[in-house]
Design a protein around this ligand. Structure first.
Ligand SMILES: [Fe+2]
Ligand SMILES: [Fe+2]
Length: 258
């Protein structure tokens, strides 16, 4: 239960809401809202990015009385109208971040979808065909969005929301062949320049629950299928608490049950 000296965030991604999901998600959302002071959604909110799916999700989210902050995922782009998904979710108060930042209960939250391209020495470089350069440019563009959002935050405690993974650690468990499509280590660079208390992402349904950036920031893969499979018997969301006191250190971020 929420207490006065901490602020709790419940995070989950990859809801993949379909037209048939009515009635299946509101129990999860109600439980998350009861356990936390804010709900964070890490993309692939819908399955095909359809307005009908977004309307079902908005209705399921209407039971949530705490602030809801989200980023979109690749699935939310499939029908070519991600702005419509954003608009519909906005009707029930969901703040969808696309390179923006906001404050919730005094905690700064920066959000962007991110993009793929691989990790470390395996990352795709902008060389050769124009199509390859465009692909890499998209990863750089999303990285700049994250960076500009982080740069705006002046709060003592900060969180970052992504859909794609910024580090390889939380995609491990997936087939190695598809690692380059699950995230980009370019997304880690702004997190080194503007450290946060925790990073949340989804997309890698068979990845790893938790790993750390080079500078030790916890990264949580909150893909709902991963949470459900890895922690049977627990509701599929990650609960992270931050101290309400403004003078505490960033290392105070702690994952708590469930
Ligand atoms: Fe997904
Ligand atoms: Fe995805």
């Amino acid at each position: 239960m929420p207490t006065n000296d901490v602020i709790r965030f419940a995070a989950v991604g990859d809801l993949h809401c379909t037209k048939g999901s009515a009635g299946t998600l509101r129990g999860l959302f109600a439980e998350a809202a009861k356990a936390a002071d804010a709900l964070l959604l890490c993309g692939d909110l819908t399955d095909y990015g359809l307005a009908e799916e977004a309307k079902v999700l908005a209705d399921e989210l209407s039971v949530v009385s705490v602030p809801i902050v989200a980023v979109l995922g690749n699935h939310d782009f499939e029908s070519g109208t991600p702005e419509e998904v954003t608009r519909i979710l906005g009707t029930v108060g969901v703040k969808v971040l696309d390179g923006e930042a906001l404050e919730v209960h005094g905690v700064g939250i920066a959000g962007a979808k991110g993009f793929c391209g691989g990790f470390g020495r395996g990352a795709l470089g902008p060389w050769g065909e124009t199509a390859i350069k465009h692909f890499v440019q998209e990863a750089l563009h999303e990285t700049m969005k994250l960076e500009s959002a982080l740069a705006k935050l002046r709060t003592p405690h900060r969180l970052a929301l992504l859909h794609y993974a910024p580090i390889v650690g939380t995609v491990e468990g997936e087939p190695v062949d598809i690692f380059p499509f699950l995230g980009s280590s370019r997304l880690e660079e702004p997190l080194l320049r503007y450290p946060v208390d925790a990073v949340f992402h989804g997309h890698a349904h068979r990845g790893t629950l938790e790993a750390r950036t080079i500078n030790g920031v916890p990264v949580y893969n909150v893909a709902k299928p991963l949470l459900a499979r890895s922690r049977p018997g627990q509701p599929p969301f990650r609960l992270v608490e931050l101290p309400r006191e403004v003078s505490r250190e960033r290392s105070d971020a702690a994952e708590v049950g469930p």
